[in-house]
Design a protein around this ligand. Structure first.
Ligand code: 13P
Ligand code: SF4
Length: 380
């Protein structure tokens, strides 16, 4: 069951080291120089950070922005980062696909991935000449840990005639065994393109069973899948959608396609994190709820001040491992570097390149909602 209580702006993210002592311990202070550098940034986060908290946070923001310039580093910030990271130090922001595209072309020596480990691996696969750092190596993902390269080899042995599409939320080892990657922005496009290339009506899609079911409802291609799930999105249910509609009449309900299919059936709109953000900017609904990770609402709300957000706060514990403090430490110490054996990287890059080579869409694909859920055959 998802947490449905409206938590208001600024989710109660656990940041145990936050406070003046975290800055002091690193020799950082809220002095006149920091104040001058950060005063105009505070309005960007004033809905989430109180004036009392700001002197503990501003020194990190100033120091990170200085370190980035000194070291020719950029921060790629996923939509699920807290607003202090997303709005104040992130150089490129977006969904998995946007960040991957950025990694492949950004002009920098160092990429700091403000996201989870598979995202940092994707950056390293696409930009091997750059140093890719992740501030906390424990920032994993329940989807990425649900399948291994050995699992895919077994699937390939059993079903040699069907292409295997892997969601980008997987390790480099898994990507190396698959034919093409997809993200939630382009999944139906990828499935249809690879089916055509292989001249088949059946595609295997791993590891997210819910994304696979939601894509299957959008296409005539037969999809087989794997029993993986996102631990955040699998908590949402159609009952949650009904309760939200009852508690907040007129609310527009947007869902990420990692949610179970009955959620998409009941929702008003569905798509990747970028698609959800675009929907809010374009349609400016009066009242909206995003059935996805908690910080996303804060970040989209900050760009859309006229929209009233209901915020049932469901945190991704992995995304929340990334903090301003460990981003600072990561830039100072050059830790933790993401490395991938070259043979694995080259094979994983083939799967990513196959996706990147598809015609670039003007905007992320949305998912038709209101469709009856489909049951799919499992390959695992
Ligand atoms: P997006 O590609 O939609 O940003 O999703 C990534 C993710 O991890 C969602 O849980
Ligand atoms: Fe993985 Fe889910 Fe967290 Fe996204 S929200 S990183 S899919 S566990």
């Amino acid at each position: 069951m998802a947490r449905l209580i409206d938590s208001g702006p600024g989710c109660p993210t656990p940041t145990p080291l936050r406070g003046a002592s975290a800055a002091e311990a690193r020799g950082l202070a809220y002095d006149e120089a920091v104040k001058a550098e950060t005063d105009d940034l505070y309005p960007l986060v004033q809905d989430f950070i109180t004036p009392m908290e700001w002197p503990a946070i501003a020194p990190f923001v100033a120091a990170i922005n200085r370190l980035k310039a000194q070291k020719n580093a950029v921060i790629l910030a996923h939509n699920y980062m807290t607003p202090d990271i997303f709005r104040l130090v992130g150089d490129f922001r977006g969904d998995s696909l946007q960040l991957a595209r950025e990694a492949s072309k950004v002009d920098a020596d160092i990429i700091v991935q403000a996201g989870v480990h598979f995202m940092a691996e994707t950056s390293k696969i696409l930009a091997p000449e750059k140093t890719v750092l992740i501030p906390d190596t424990r920032a994993g993902c329940s989807l990425a840990s649900s399948i291994t390269g050995a699992d895919v080899r077994l699937i390939k042995e059993k079903y040699p005639d069907y292409p295997v599409v892997t969601y980008v939320n997987t390790t480099a080892d898994v990507k190396a065994e698959c034919d093409i990657t997809c993200t939630s922005s382009n999944a139906a496009q990828v499935v249809e393109a690879i089916a055509k290339e292989w001249n088949t009506d059946t595609v295997i899609m791993v590891p997210d069973q819910y994304l696979a079911k939601n894509v299957a409802a959008q296409t005539d291609i037969r999809i087989m899948t794997w029993p993986g799930a996102c631990e955040v999105h699998e908590m949402f249910s159609a009952d949650d959608v009904n309760q939200l509609r009852e508690a907040h009449p007129g609310v527009v309900i947007l869902a990420h396609p990692e949610c179970p299919p009955d959620v998409l059936e009941a929702a008003d709109y569905a798509g990747s994190t970028a698609a959800l953000a675009n929907y809010v900017s374009e349609k400016s609904p009066n009242k909206v709820v995003l059935l996805t990770e908690c910080s996303m609402s804060d970040n989209v709300a900050a760009e859309n001040p006229g929209v009233n957000f209901i915020r049932p706060c469901n945190l991704c514990p992995h995304m929340k491992r990334i903090t301003l403090e460990n981003i600072y430490d990561c830039l100072v110490n050059g830790e933790y570097e993401v490395t991938i054996p070259e043979d694995v990287r080259i094979r994983a890059k083939k799967a990513l390149d196959a996706m990147m080579a598809l015609p670039k869409m003007d905007k992320p694909l949305d998912f038709v909602t209101g469709l009856e859920p489909l049951e799919l055959e499992m390959v695992g």
